[in-house]
Design a protein around this ligand. Structure first.
Ligand SMILES: [Cu+2]
Length: 150
């Protein structure tokens, strides 16, 4: 084997290990599962928040031009949340700042991830996929341990 081939294979292996360690570190640091696609069910596209017990929630999030529903989510510290994400019209992005959650909202598809909110704060949700002229207005918030305003 040529010595340059050996160097390239060695560096490729090192980069692959660094990549895998980075992914696993991110998953553990943000307490976030890797996203998964689940079979389509129309009931998942009705926006709502369900509380399963004291600390477990399900959020059924619908992205559409140019908003997320629900657009405000109030949670207690320590809440573990399953996010089910779909889109009504075109492909949108779904990024929760500070949580490492990054998914696509696809019409006719359901993407799911689970994350835990260990720290109080306001976690903005933004669309990171250009979806039309009002794209920059696509925002929502997760408010952890703050009372809901009337
Ligand atoms: Cu967008």
């Amino acid at each position: 084997m040529d010595k340059y081939e050996l160097r390239i294979i060695t560096w490729t292996g090192i980069l692959l290990v660094i990549f895998l360690v980075s992914v696993l570190r991110g998953v553990s640091k943000y307490a976030t599962d890797l996203p998964e696609c689940i079979p389509y069910d129309a009931s998942f596209t009705a926006p709502r928040i369900s509380q399963l017990d004291d600390s477990t929630y399900q959020v059924f999030m619908l992205a559409q031009m140019w908003s997320f529903e629900p657009d405000e989510i109030y949670l207690p510290v320590g809440a573990e949340v399953d996010f089910y994400l779909s889109a009504k019209d075109v492909v949108h992005g779904f990024h929760i700042a500070g949580k490492g959650v990054n998914m696509m909202a696809v019409p006719g598809g359901i993407n799911k991830t689970t994350t835990k909110f260990k720290e109080p704060g306001i976690y903005p949700i933004v669309c990171h996929e250009y979806c039309g002229s009002g794209h920059q207005h696509m925002k929502a918030e997760i408010i952890v341990n703050y009372p809901k305003e009337n």
